[in-house]
Design a protein around this ligand. Structure first.
Ligand code: SF4
Length: 206
């Protein structure tokens, strides 16, 4: 059943929203995934980080950013001194999309229709939290937040705006940092990402 909710019936708290999202069937991705992986953090968060979609580990555990990329991300936030109590982490698409290959599940990129369908939840997360800014971690998140394709290479490090008028800082997904084969390049890109997180910290009010 497709969830049809009007503004009047929208949940008033993040907990209620999370509960509703458990049964979401707005697109087909719920059919093969283990569970909805909703965002984590409090409504008092000042910055909302948006990734692409849950990975294999997140799908099993039911929590966002708990895989290798999430651990790298946590380490960088700690290093630059961003207080986790002031952050909320979520994904543009809240079910794991994958291709089965033998016993493995290979990550598959969400399409425009899936991003649009799941924007319903992101919209409400933004509305309930009202962060100072959102950070788009990669192209899927940028597309979801800004509402159109955003070339990351061109816009990385800049501010765009979401449909709700929230400033959106554009950067790469931490998983990109893990995939760089050359060690020197990897270190350079990690430092660039850390520098961007320092800018994000400076943009957080309070
Ligand atoms: S991916 Fe999003 S829109 Fe699609 S079923 Fe899951 S929660 Fe619903």
């Amino acid at each position: 059943m497709v969830l049809e909710k009007t503004k009047e019936t929208r949940p008033k708290t993040l907990d209620a929203l999370r509960e509703d999202a458990r049964d979401c069937t707005r697109c087909d991705l719920y059919k093969n995934a283990t569970q909805t992986v909703f965002g984590e953090g409090g409504s008092e968060a000042r910055v909302l980080f948006v990734g692409e979609q849950p990975g294999d580990k997140e799908d099993v555990e039911g929590r966002p950013f708990v895989g290798p990329a999430g651990r790298l991300f946590d380490g960088i936030l700690e290093e630059v001194g961003i207080d986790r109590k002031k952050t909320y982490v979520t994904n543009a698409v809240k079910h794991f999309k994958f291709e089965p290959r033998g016993k493995r599940r290979i990550h598959s990129k969400p399409n425009a229709g899936e991003i649009r369908a799941c924007r319903w939840w992101l919209d409400q997360e933004l509305t309930l939290i009202q962060p100072d800014l959102a950070v788009a971690l990669g192209a899927t998140a940028a597309r979801a937040l800004v509402g159109k394709p955003v070339p990351i290479t061109k816009f990385r490090g800049t501010l765009l705006e979401s449909a709700e008028g929230v400033p959106v800082f554009i950067t790469v997904h931490p998983s990109y940092l893990l995939r760089i084969p050359d060690e020197l390049d990897r270190r350079r890109e990690r430092e660039r990402f850390a520098e961007e997180m320092r800018k994000v910290k400076a943009m957080m009010k309070g």
